[in-house]
Design a protein around this ligand. Structure first.
Ligand code: DX5
Ligand code: ZN
Length: 227
């Protein structure tokens, strides 16, 4: 994989919410490719975060696409609100939708890229009949709900399997990883096939956000060299 094809997506979950606009601008200035926006409902996952209002509020501060990760159930009602609030990518968990094919179609009709998210125990078989409607596959390397958890190693095999499915499809589908991504494991994750890397605590947990992103990029550079 070419280095320029790697995307870093800071998750605002670990940002200082009292200074959110500033935080978003800082990571974009430091080279973030996307802003990952975690939406939790205290129902599908045991935590509660932010909704379309906050998405709309950060939009003027975002010169890069907003990557909305919905951890809510149901999903269809809220999707148009996020499209209107400036989301460019909207991903959801298949367990949270009654009709996965319909939800993917809805996201695309609204002009956004559609993503399907896989929890650690969720099989990739959910992709079997919808590969042509998916723009992004998001592999969870933690159970969703909280930032700062440890990377679950079985996600690496899942990434390899997802990468093989993407290759077989011949389509340009992004492969994103979310959870426990750090400078010391991102090379392995890239070698397993990921091209888009969510990082929450690894970036916003560091005082110097720019240095944190630089460290991730340095490690990614090594993934483009022979092992
Ligand atoms: C977890 C969220 C992640 C989270 C990642 O449910 O989907 O995006 O912010 O945080 P870190 O990088 O700290 O594991
Ligand atoms: Zn996320």
């Amino acid at each position: 994989m070419n280095r320029s094809e790697y995307r870093i997506a800071p998750s605002i979950l670990s940002a200082d919410f009292a200074r959110l606009g500033e935080e978003v601008r800082a990571v974009i200035a430091a080279g973030a490719d996307l802003i990952h926006f975690d939406v939790m409902d205290n129902h599908y996952v045991p935590n509660l975060t932010v909704g379309p209002l906050v998405c709309e509020a950060i939009r003027p501060h975002c010169s890069v696409p907003i990557d909305v990760h919905l951890m809510v159930r149901p999903v269809d009602r809220i999707i148009p609100d996020f499209a209107k609030a400036g989301a460019r990518i909207i991903s959801f968990h298949p367990e949270a939708s009654e009709h996965v094919d319909r939800t993917l179609g809805l996201i695309r009709e609204l002009g956004c890229k559609a993503g399907l998210v896989f929890n650690p125990a969720t099989p990739l078989a959910h992709l079997d009949h919808v590969m042509d409607k998916v723009d992004l596959i998001l592999i969870m390397s933690v159970n969703p709900g909280f930032g700062g958890q440890s990377f679950i190693a079985s996600a690496l095999d899942k990434l390899r399997e997802a990468r093989a499915r993407i290759a077989a499809s011949g389509r340009d589908i992004w492969l994103e990883i979310d959870g426990g991504v750090k400078a010391d494991n991102i090379e392995r994750i890239a070698r397993a096939g990921a091209d888009t890397f969510v990082a929450g605590s690894a970036i916003f947990g560091e005082r110097d956000r720019a240095a944190a992103i630089r460290n991730l990029r340095e490690a990614l550079k090594r993934a483009t060299m022979p092992a």
